[in-house]
Design a protein around this ligand. Structure first.
Ligand code: MG
Length: 356
């Protein structure tokens, strides 16, 4: 039998205090290899040192004891990735809150939309410049929309329900994290499936929450693919012509497609907010996949319903035609929608297609 270590010796070898070791044992972690029935002294095996060190590192990473126990039973990279994503999401959310605090400190001005611009090179031939803008609007207490333009991945998500804000963030973050390797139609579809599962699992007590998700990625060969679930919209401006590239998954849109409702009536239809597909409300969801063959000079828009319910397509086209760059276009569109009514959260991602 290998030599046992007293709790003092094990503490010195592992870097965990005796008090921590007792707390871990109570949580079912690092059970002592032996205990002396006459005096209650605990003894550990030298072979337990690596596990103790790993636990210490996990604790430094802020992982809860119960999660550590599950990890030690089933130590997969997926669990680590999930903790990393949660940390990134928390960091971003706190960062945004602080940006909002800063905006609110300037008296007499409405909180400005959060805008940012990125320059991206697609895999082949396509040089993409994008900007995002998102605005709470004038009525809703919080912004449940999420926008993304990073690493040639573009997305808008419109969360709903009590946990809507968390749902849109989790969906976008999961989708982005899932796009690690080759970008193809299939990997994008799978990334959306993973996003759906993550939000569905997270729903637990609040299954009434979910989100729309519209994602656009550059794929090998210079093309673009969009994946859509819900009623966020993709538009393409080519020359003077604005074309909608996605179909809404809503009851009202079904009625329009069936010829029972005009586009104009659909805007005011009492059931216009009823979605026929959404991320996180069921264990599976299928995204519409739309392939877009970009031409230099194309300008693309991804937006949530808070934008297109306030602005007619003609007005959207006017802004896209006249804005100097994506940042101008995104911020002008959100500003106009907010001043027109702003009854909902408003988000826009504008992407210009250039030539490398
Ligand atoms: Mg909305």
């Amino acid at each position: 039998m290998e030599e046992l270590l007293t709790i003092g010796e094990f503490s010195a070898r592992s870097g965990l205090s005796p008090k921590m070791l007792r707390a871990y044992a109570a949580a079912g972690l690092l059970t002592p290899a032996a205990v002396d029935r006459s005096n209650g002294y605990r003894y550990y095996a030298p072979a337990q040192v690596p596990e103790a060190e790993l636990i210490a590192v996990l604790r430094r990473g802020g992982v809860a004891l119960a999660d550590i126990a599950a990890f030690l039973r089933d130590p997969t990279p997926a669990r680590v990735a999930a903790w990393e994503r949660a940390l990134d999401a928390e960091y971003r959310s706190r960062r945004e809150a602080l940006t909002e605090v800063r905006a609110r400190m300037t008296p007499g001005t409405a909180a400005p939309p959060i805008t940012r611009t990125v320059q991206e090179k697609g895999p082949v031939m396509t040089n993409l410049t994008a900007a995002t803008a998102t605005d709470t609007g004038t009525v809703r207490p919080e912004n449940q929309d999420r926008v993304l333009a990073e690493d040639a991945i573009f997305a808008v998500a419109d969360g709903f329900g009590e946990q809507g804000r968390a749902a849109s963030r989790l969906a976008v973050d999961t989708m982005r994290a899932a796009l690690t390797g080759d970008r193809t139609r299939e990997t994008l579809a799978d990334a959306v499936r993973q996003a759906n599962r993550a939000v569905w699992r997270e729903g637990g007590e609040a299954p009434a929450s979910g989100t729309t998700l519209l994602a656009l990625v550059a794929v090998a060969g210079g093309g673009l693919v969009a994946a859509n679930v819900g009623d966020s919209r993709g538009y393409r401006l080519r020359g003077q012509q604005l074309t909608r590239v996605t179909a809404d998954h809503s009851v009202a849109a079904d009625l329009v497609r069936a010829g029972e409702l005009t586009e104009r009536d659909a805007r005011n239809h009492p059931r216009r907010s009823l979605l026929t597909r959404a991320v996180g409300v069921g264990p599976e969801v299928a995204a519409d996949l739309v392939e877009i063959v970009p031409q230099p000079g194309d300008r693309l828009l991804l937006c949530t319903d808070g934008l297109f319910n306030e602005l007619e397509d003609d007005r959207i086209a006017e802004v896209l035609r006249s804005a100097a760059d994506p940042e101008d276009a995104a911020s002008e569109l959100t500003r106009l929608a907010a001043s027109h009514g702003g009854g909902d959260n408003i988000s826009a991602v504008v992407i210009d297609v250039g030539v490398r």
